[in-house]
Design a protein around this ligand. Structure first.
Ligand code: ADP
Ligand code: MG
Length: 253
């Protein structure tokens, strides 16, 4: 989808005065203290902030894995903050893709089979599942690794499989919590190259990172502190990961 089209209609993500408490017996942890933000379609947002500042709590809410204690969350214009777990799970499977720091692939399962997994809730035949998974692997540059097992792939390749798996149901948003946290710097930039290419195609990306060099590949950086948004700025002179890779020394592996 083009960027112009992305500006029509509601923002893809919108949180309004979101608070989140965790009750731990006697004590109460106030993880989010009134967070409001919008992400437009085709946005690419990096979320930064010290450990414990509420980044993952927000990602879990955006990902419909958890609900705010108060405040509203609108996904594609629909208020999902009070939906029951079953409905949330269905929305999550259709609209959202997730990538985590640990790649969370099944070990004795090929790249293609790992990528097929999220389609198992969709009533389509086996051939169509495989076709969608192969398309998703091609999108992340792994068309020729479909029958490889995780142990036969580098960390960067495994993370690409995880990205393909996140994309296989055609989500509108990719949510990534520290996606480069386990990767060396060159491989991290390679993952940013994949994210930028997907974002160019219209996918909305929200990514947590603690590295400012990685955050610069996004279009916008939000900084959290103590459960609040402290800064929210567009990235000026955003580097293209593809160009950055040309300047980095190759690793010998
Ligand atoms: P970040 O991802 O920025 O490191 P988190 O969102 O994980 O921060 O955590 C924010 C605060 O909420 C921290 O004080 C953390 O200890 C607390 N917290 C997060 N998840 C839970 C949970 N499931 N139960 C209790 N406290 C939690
Ligand atoms: Mg976290």
């Amino acid at each position: 989808m083009s960027e112009a089209l992305g500006r029509i209609g509601p923002p893809v993500l919108r949180v309004e005065d979101v608070h989140k408490y965790y009750d731990l017996g006697e004590t109460r942890v106030h993880a989010l203290r009134g967070v409001s933000a919008e992400v437009e379609r085709g946005g690419f947002v990096a979320i930064m902030g010290a450990s414990g500042s509420g980044k993952s709590t927000l990602m879990n809410i955006l990902g419909c894995l958890d609900r705010p204690t108060s405040g509203r969350y609108l996904l594609d214009g629909t208020d999902v903050s009070q939906l029951d777990k079953r409905t949330l799970a269905a929305i999550r499977n259709r609209k959202l893709g997730f990538v985590f720091q640990g790649f969370n692939l099944l070990a004795r399962t090929t790249a293609l089979e790992n990528t097929v997994l999220p389609t198992l809730y969709t009533p389509i035949d086996q051939l169509e599942r495989k076709r969608r998974a192969a398309d998703a692997l091609a999108l992340v540059g792994l068309a020729n690794r479909a029958d490889h097992y995780p142990s036969q792939m580098s960390g960067g390749q495994q993370q690409r499989v995880a990205i393909a798996r996140a994309l296989v149901n055609g989500p509108s948003v990719l949510l990534a919590d520290e996606p480069t946290g386990n990767l060396d710097s060159r491989t991290s930039v390679e993952i940013m190259e994949v994210f930028q290419e997907l974002n160019d195609k219209g996918l909305t990306v929200v990514m947590v990172t603690h590295e400012s060099e990685i955050a610069q590949f996004a279009k916008r950086v939000i900084v959290f502190r103590d459960g609040r948004i402290r800064k929210d700025d567009p990235v000026r002179e955003r580097p293209r990961a593809h160009d950055t890779l040309g300047l980095l020394p190759a690793l010998d592996d």
